[in-house]
Design a protein around this ligand. Structure first.
Ligand SMILES: Cc1ncc(COP(=O)(O)O)c(C=O)c1O
Length: 412
């Protein structure tokens, strides 16, 4: 995510061999993915084709949903989701400002008006209490973001929205493998959109996926991602007879390539290991930061588990250094930490959509920091990150190699 969920101009992503000693994120990707991509190239079919179809089937099975439709990014997934949900230019869509800007941008692509709602301080997600004051006669949809991988409370939002005929689109960009009420995020959604950008757990370079239980929605999504054609290029190629396609409606080129899907299939096979390692490292961060007075870290909500796509900490008001000074201290130590999730309503691109007071959003975006967290982060590297934060807080650092591992009972 950059944003890690949130702010991501350079994403802080580095690959092995890059100069930053401790990046904020490094994808767990290597020889297996390279071989799969090479096999796709050697097959002679590199655009959307059989591997995309295979990836969709495997992804749908992993999430536990009937339909998965691969696209070029989560941004294009959100764009298409709003179209098939029937949102139009007269409509308002409630979104969190505290999200990567793509969430709000998608609303503008279809000519609708984004209305920014505040978020809950603990989960950094929308709740019925933050959304309700934003509802008007024109509200047709809510984009519910699972920020930084923390599942949002979909059932509670449904209770607010369904009686009013408001559609919920889940922006699960960050939340592949997170769990909501014992099921993978996306399993219970009308439409959920995932990202495979390298800041996310599972990457295809760029890429996205839409999931839905509705076959007719999936069919339209497949058409829309491919110029509105009534028969895919892969199906025409497979036919022994000439097939003349028709263009049923205005469509887009939002396709994923078979090279990306080949990588995605390997990555999907690693998802459980990716999540287990992140959760282990996150618990260790929580343990090692626990004695910094007033600091808050990302945690599981009571109704689910996060994949810890990003590890954010919110600094207390009396923290001895400012957030920006802390980021400088990380940079001086060769550590790529990042500001917390961005707030879209504060960006020039959204001037004119403001006039709103979003106190929790503004507090979180100004006072939080995202720490490095990735599969191959070592405990020594993690100790180096923690030492910078502890020193800034005026606490002693950690002795090299001597930091304790948390016992599960000690982690709250
Ligand atoms: C919450 C959220 N939504 C949407 C996106 C956009 O994803 P993509 O880069 O795949 O278009 C991101 C990416 O950071 C995100 O964090």
């Amino acid at each position: 995510m950059g944003a890690i969920g949130g702010s991501r101009p350079d994403h802080g992503v580095t690959s092995p061999g890059s100069r930053s000693p401790i990046p904020v994120m490094r994808p767990w990707i290597g020889a297996e993915e390279a071989a799969a991509a090479a096999a796709a190239v050697s097959s002679g079919w590199v655009a959307q084709g059989p591997r995309v179809a295979q990836f969709e089937t495997a992804f749908a099975a992993a999430i536990g949903v009937d339909e998965a439709v691969a696209v070029s990014s989560c941004t294009t997934a959100l764009h298409l989701a709003l179209i098939v949900a029937g949102i139009g230019s007269q409509d308002e869509v409630v979104v969190p400002s505290l999200s990567f800007i793509a969430t709000a941008n998608a609303v503008r692509y279809i000519g609708a008006r984004p209305v920014f709602a505040d978020v809950d301080e603990t989960t950094q997600n929308l709740t019925p209490a933050t959304v309700e004051p934003c509802l008007t006669d024109r509200t047709r949809a809510v984009i519910l973001v699972d920020q930084a991988g923390v599942p949002a409370d979909l059932e509670a939002m449904r209770e607010l929205c369904e009686p009013r005929g408001i559609v919920i689109v889940e922006d699960a960009a960050c939340a592949v493998g997170s769990v909501y009420r014992s099921r993978p995020v996306g399993a219970g959604a009308y439409l959920a959109a995932f990202s495979f950008h390298p800041r996310k757990l599972l990457t295809t370079g760029e890429g996205g996926m839409l999931t839905t239980p509705h076959r007719e929605l999936a069919a339209r999504l497949r058409r829309l991602r491919e110029h509105g054609m009534d028969v895919s290029a892969a199906a025409r190629h497979a036919s022994s007879q000439p097939v003349i396609e028709r263009y049923i409606e205005l469509g887009f080129n939002f396709r994923m390539t078979d090279i990306q899907a080949a990588i995605g299939l390997i990555q999907l096979g690693k998802l459980n290991r990716l999540i287990a390692r992140r959760r282990e490292l996150a618990e260790r961060y929580q343990y090692l930061l626990a004695d910094i007075s007033g600091i808050r870290t990302i945690r599981d909500p009571e109704y689910g588990t996060t994949n810890y796509q990003s590890f954010w900490v919110v600094l207390p008001a009396d923290f001895p250094v400012t957030r920006d000074e802390l980021l400088r201290q990380f940079a001086d130590s060769g550590i790529s930490a990042r500001r917390g999730i961005m707030a879209s309503h504060l960006e020039p691109a959204f001037a004119g959509f403001g006039g709103v007071r979003l106190p929790v959003t503004e507090h979180l975006t100004r006072n939080s920091v995202i720490l490095p967290l990735f599969h191959e982060l070592t405990e020594d590297e993690q100790d180096a990150v923690v030492s910078v934060l502890r020193a800034a807080a005026g606490l002693p650092g950690l002795a090299p190699h001597s930091s304790p591992r948390p016992a599960p009972s000690e982690v709250t």
